[in-house]
Design a protein around this ligand. Sequence first.
Ligand code: FES
Length: 237
Amino acid sequence: MALTEETRAAAREIIARYPAGRERSALLPMLHLVQSAEGCVTSEGVEFCAEELGLTAAEVSAVATFYTMYKRRPVGDWLVSVCTNLSCSLRGGEEVYRRLSERLGVGHDETTPDGKITLEHAECLAACDYAPVMTVNYEFFDGVDPDTAEGIVEALRAGERPTPTRGGPLCTFAEASRQLAGFADPRPQALAATGYGDPSVAGLRVAEQAGWDGSGPYGTTGNGAAGTSAATTTKGA
Ligand code: FES
């Protein structure tokens, strides 16, 4: 995989989305584009972004090494991220990670010898209501256990694309990176992707049933003890 003239044309399409003089704002999608072309952000990719955006390589590197979604080593077709943060760990996330690590013979941020699967520990994937969760190229598989997680990985190894619990249909890491660069998924089934799931709105439902109106669970707007306490906490934070 390499940076080509097609990559350069796509990069300029991204840059054109931003106002003149603000080209540097295109850096995040540009890094995803580079990743879609190279499988990770290489030194060449850093230089490419710097050249196109009028930045220094140091400035681009500072961004590329700050965000965990930008990888500095080649990623396989399938990036399997297992959440081992608090909520997921309490519900078995560590066991899921251990099973996959044993099964694949790789550790954190390592790729199987056939180049197909990269495994990683992930911090909170913002889906604690479905813990324990794992993602494949950022699509969710909710409420997994070691057996179901292993089944998903085995299906990937067999060339299948298991259906995520919600969200869009699976695509490869290169395809997902291109979408994150702002190029829409052309597959018709992607348009039918689901949004949120039931547990995500459970709290909202409770609030509706209780008649809470957004001013706080005690029905005050800052006049009562709860409101005062919240205001103090916010200021102190
Ligand atoms: S702790 Fe796993 S999704 Fe939040």
